[in-house]
Design a protein around this ligand. Sequence first.
Ligand SMILES: [Zn+2]
Length: 244
Amino acid sequence: MDRISRIRHIIRWQDLYQEKKVIVSTYEGSEQKFTKLQGDNNLAQENKQKLTELSATLSEKITQEETHLDHILNQIDSMEKDRDNLKMSRQIKSWEKDMDRLAQDRAVIEAQFYYDKSKMGDISQELENLEGNLSTMSGEIGQLETHINGLKSETKDERKKIEVEIEEISSQFDSHFVEYFERILSKNRGIVLAEIEDDTCSGCNILLPTAFYSGTIIQSEEDSSLLQCPNCFRYLYDKEDITL
Ligand SMILES: [Zn+2]
């Protein structure tokens, strides 16, 4: 393939790349949002799982504490009934000692019980909020998915047509060039060519070496190598290259 054909091909390739980019840009943002929402959704699900497990453990602990507390209260109750039957001071002293111990136990277990109850309330509230968020997210995810799929299916034929034409063009270049060209297209947002205007690169406006000047390009017709701007590395072409 001669230089002019190569240039015409890569100009078309760049145009096709840009056309495709415009189409993809109609749903690209939604796709990013979709991916982010899915990530958030997974995190929220994991969080929900953890909180549910925590809530089950805590609920069991609270039940045990409640049983323990009931037991202590019953003991106190029955001891209080016994109080009047005690006559000997040794018995009374022992009763008072036992009662002190029970009162202490009661205070400890009550404090723990109310603390855990309040923690349980927080967890339940957090779970409720999470449920709300999850349901909102799942709605948004569903809407986005429908939106993206709609746009993708609307533009499917158009995208296919572009891909087929790019494939036809790239098949005429060697695989190293194809790989390189695709990489720079994506790196430079689809702009990898520049026209030589007078003696400057229209891409970066740098003054080109004399050998690149319009009309006096040193390459022969058979030389298929492409000129690149020494400053911005865009492939250079002369207006005449594409109008001839
Ligand atoms: Zn340049």
